[in-house]
Structures are given as structure tokens and as C-alpha cells.
Design a binder for this molecule. Sequence first.
Ligand code: 13P
Ligand code: SF4
Length: 369
Amino acid sequence: MVTPEINTLADLPIPSLLVDDLVEQAQKAAAIQTTEYALGERAALTSQIKSLLQEQNAVLVAHYYTAPELQQLAEETGGLVADSLEMARFGNEHPATTLVVAGVRFMGETAKILNPEKRVLMPDAEATCSLDLECPVDIFSEFCDAHPDYTVVVYANTSAAVKARADWVVTSGIALPIVQHLAKQGKKILWAPDKHLGAYVQSVSGVQMLIWPGSCVVHEQFKADAMKALKGQHPHAAVLVHPESPAEVIEIADVVGSTTALIQAVTDLDAKEFIVATEPGIFYKMKQAAPDKVFLEAPTGGIGGSCESCIRCPWMAMNGLRNLARTLETGNDEITVEETIRKKALIPLQRMMDFAREYKISMKGKGTA
Ligand code: 13P
Ligand code: SF4
């Protein structure tokens, strides 16, 4: 890893978007979904959703951070539980005419951009992401205009309008090889919106990048000192970190990677214990993959100082069985993307999908994937 010469735009004038207020709103909406089920309610909702999915030729695609009951339902109904890249690929290839995306809005929009002919529903279309909120398209466009000689690479966690302004879209699973590919062509990179992922990609690739100062409200919380102390108590535990985390947290990781890469690590590594610095919804799949292993939440305060409300993505938690049943019943919370924006956003998104396909093939050829 090279030491990066970080070119973060710390002073970029992002308006105060009151992300904290929106987090609070999301937590209130999520509380309705997570209120304990009345006797028989969960079974009734599950069976209702299964029938509606079938009747409507719909498939459920859920992110690893959603509630375990949604992940289980996606698995039981022929849908998928995955990271944001695989969600996009699956929705694109699946023959269902309705895609039900349990996750956050950019995932629903990505599905719509790639599949304009399909109906895309979400349990709650208001479920957003702090990275998306912190990258308003008007200011971002001005910034791109001011740097016309840079190739614009945006993280998938952005609005359709921001994607429409980009040359490339990437997810955490494919960001590094795409930036390395662009660097080989001598391109200079303007990166948005996650400053930690951007700094990580820059430090590994050595590529000079202009980095937008957005961050994830969840991953931003992990504390390196407390993680080191926890590691002191569990010296044989492996440390798994999502690259949206701060650099000092990434530094102590045994594995840094996308949600899929972190789940893969629990079976690839011999360790019996893991300290996991990402959203705890991921434990559902980790426990499924390695039922005998132990998973510890990375601390967000002192040791044992994690609080459920700061470690849970407030917007992922807005997805539940109750609003999933309602969206299938009413057709509300359908995702639409204005056609001019959709067509423009499709170009960098399709580039990523094509690159991902080629990359997977080339890595298989090397026997590494
Ligand atoms: P993945 O692309 O790894 O699924 O990450 C999406 C995300 O929002 C992480 O916070
Ligand atoms: Fe966005 Fe962070 Fe939630 Fe992922 S965990 S959706 S990056 S706010």
C-alpha cells in the first residue's frame, strides 16, 4: 500500500443538509417496521407477500443490511440477497416483470435505470443514504465543470442525476480495478462522494484523485482505538472492514472489502472469531456461511460501546415485512427516473456492468475468483 497524497476537498461548499434530522426521521419510520410482531403477524405477512410476489410476477432483491426476515424471504422466494453490484446484475438478468428492491433508494434507481421496462418497487422509496444526500447534483455538476480534464467516477450510492453527470459508476466491489484501469490510460480521477472509500482506493492504487467530502453515517462511527482494545481481548479474531470506514480503521483490518468480500472472508479465513466493521445486518449471511464462528460488532464508542442506533443504517432499517406487503398491495413506492436522466445515467452504469463481467472472466482465468 502506498501512502496517499490525499487531495480531499475538505472545503467544498456543501449546504447543510441536516443529515442528522433525516437520520432521526428515518429512525422513526424504521421503528414502525421493527415493532415486535403481534402473534401470528409475521407468518401472515410472509404468506401474503409470497402470494403477491407470485401473482405479480415479481422478484425480491434484498441487500445484506436489511432485516433477517427480508433476507430469508428473498432466499425462500427465488430472489437474491447481495451487495449493490450483484443486486444490479441479478435484477437485470432476471425475467420477472416487477423488481422489488429492499435496500435504499439508489439501489431502486439503479434497477430502474438498467430496466426501464420493468416496474421497480421498494418497501419505502424514502429510504435514502447519507452519501447520496451529501452529493447534491447542482453543486456536483459545477465542480465537474470546473475540472473538465478529470474523469468523473461516482460511487453507486448517489442519485440518478449524479450518475448522469459521471463517466463511470462503481460499487465498493469493483472501485479499485476500475480506477486502476483508468489510471493505466493516464486518466486523472474526480471521485465522489465517499471520502473514505476514495482515500482507500487512492492509497492502494497510488492514483492521484480529487475526492468529494461525503461519508456514510454508519461506517464513519467505527473507532480504531476501541477496535484495537477489543482485538487485545480477542487476539485471534480477524478484523473485517468495509472501505467506507475511516483510514485508521482500515489500517487495522485483516480484510478490507465489499459486503460480499467480507462474507467470503468468514469462510476463507481459519479464524474462529471476527471483529466486523460494517452494518450488522450482514451477520445473517455470515452466520449462515459459518454457523460455528463468532461475530463481534466493531465498537463505535469504547469497548462494548456500540449502540444499536448508531451502528444500524437508519435507511436500511426502514425496510420491513409490513411495508413490503403494502407496496405489493398498493403499487405505491414505485421508483421512477426521468427518461433524459435515465438514458444519461445508463451510460456509466452500463460501463461498470460490462467491466464487471469482463473483470470476473479475466480473474477466473487467473484462478483467483
Ligand atoms: P456494498 O456495495 O458493499 O453492498 O455496499 C453498499 C453500501 O451501502 C455499504 O454501506
Ligand atoms: Fe448509505 Fe451508509 Fe446506509 Fe450504506 S450503510 S446505505 S453507505 S448510509
